[in-house]
Design a protein around this ligand. Sequence first.
Ligand SMILES: *[C@@H]1O[C@H](CO)[C@@H](O)[C@H](O)[C@H]1NC(C)=O
Ligand SMILES: *[C@@H]1O[C@H](CO)[C@@H](O)[C@H](O)[C@H]1NC(C)=O
Ligand SMILES: *[C@@H]1O[C@H](CO)[C@@H](O)[C@H](O)[C@H]1NC(C)=O
Ligand SMILES: *[C@@H]1O[C@H](CO)[C@@H](O)[C@H](O)[C@H]1NC(C)=O
Length: 481
Amino acid sequence: MFFRKQNPPSSWTDKEKVYNNKSSHKELPNFLSLTNPHLRYALFLSVFLFAWFLVLVFWFPPNPNLNNNNNHNFNNVGHCNIANFSVYVYDMPAEFNVGLLEDCRHLNIYTDMCPHVANRGLGQPISVMGLPAAEPTAMPSWFATHQFIAEMIFHARVENHPCRTRDPRRASLFYVPFYGGLHASSKFREPNLTARDVLAVRLADFLESQPFWERNQGKDHFIALGRTAWDFMRSDHGPDFGANCLLNLPAVTNMSVMTVERNPWNGAKQHGIPYPSYFHPSTWQEMSTWQDEVKRASRPNLFSFIGGPRKGLEKAAIREELIKQCAGSNRCELLQCQPGQHKCHEPGEVLGVMRRSEFCLQAPGDSFTRRSTFDSVLAGCVPVFFSRHTAYTQYKWFLPEDEREYSVYIDEKSEESGRIEEVLGRIPRERVERMREKVVELIPTLTYAHPNATATDLGFHDAVDVALASLADHVRRNLVS
Ligand SMILES: *[C@@H]1O[C@H](CO)[C@@H](O)[C@H](O)[C@H]1NC(C)=O
Ligand SMILES: *[C@@H]1O[C@H](CO)[C@@H](O)[C@H](O)[C@H]1NC(C)=O
Ligand SMILES: *[C@@H]1O[C@H](CO)[C@@H](O)[C@H](O)[C@H]1NC(C)=O
Ligand SMILES: *[C@@H]1O[C@H](CO)[C@@H](O)[C@H](O)[C@H]1NC(C)=O
């Protein structure tokens, strides 16, 4: 774990809410009267369209395989029909991505990353809760995936994406596959700032020399980073936490940046993407089997906490409190993470605890966000947040606007945070069920599907699909205005 800089002082405004508020109601026409000729015409048209619809349905009945379960209107999955966009993938000099993997032993100052960068970032195949690591015929779908590896999986997924175009003239998005997080974590202890920044500076030079950069000054370009934005935003004031200057470079400020943790105060062009969890299915059937499994799971624990204390970090003070309360309750399962305690990093153990619990406490740690949030969703456990920046201000593309549909919020400064068991125990059964259903519904779009999945077999929209479609939408509107 790496200590990051403290939170900037609170100056969070809801600026981005405006952009998210797609549906403007101010143009509601006032023709709601039958005498109105527009309305009569509209009625006629509706009847006609309805008749046509019946013809279509009877001549071409919908494919039942694609319409099962809660996977909303997903048709013709073999083609790029997620939204109106196409993405071009830059062919980068290897030093920006795969070349970095050659020295995978030294990519992270704490861990040997070689096992984690294997299988294009999925890591090593595992068996979880009695499920086989690999069915003989299928690709493995469970992996011990590293928490900071989203950038590699993203790259692999986009390369294989049905909306990828090889013709930059036709592209609406330009993806710059830079493994910035892996590179940053190999340089946290580099005292020479010029040396720490040099690859980021070369990236900016590379981009500015590209013909298609000019077209929109990079505003249709993006990178995806598997570490938090703080690791790429070194500031001249305050202590040095090892970050580089990537996100402060003029070229990069013109681009969009996907990151597992955005700066909630000053990150209008930063977009939160999920941390990768352990499930990387290739088919809708696998996904739906897992969803059924977690829906059925019996949950003897009211709540659980997985994590370790963070000594001396003010924003993580709540952790000590959670550990104390969880240890003191017979309705809470505690998995304490300490040096030498490996269970905490074993996907089977982690998911097991979460699958036995109704609620999973998600306290901020070194930074606001946690991979654990996504593990908990995967296990069908309703997350409980203590900071708005752990999820609500981060993952707007992925989470329902009404946070109460899928989570519980207990302000860490409130007196309620001193009696969590009571607060959670009071929530009516039906409400808990509804929240869990919502959580389970969120699993597909918070999952990184297997990069080798074919679009036809996948049959659901995963995190990369949602990120690309949402970004395309964002960029399109930004270029117009
Ligand atoms: C789809 O995108 C293309 C290129 O970005 C644009 O010309 C076209 O108008 C878009 N169509 C719709 C229906 O948005
Ligand atoms: C995807 O398929 C290719 C070609 O069959 C194979 O070499 C590669 O290992 C697969 N990738 C993963 C992550 O399994
Ligand atoms: C810092 O790194 C840069 C780039 O690698 C190098 O040119 C420079 O000599 C280094 N400075 C010191 C003081 O070592
Ligand atoms: C960033 O965009 C602005 C226009 O908004 C443009 O003037 C500037 O040159 C761009 N910067 C780079 C490095 O392309």
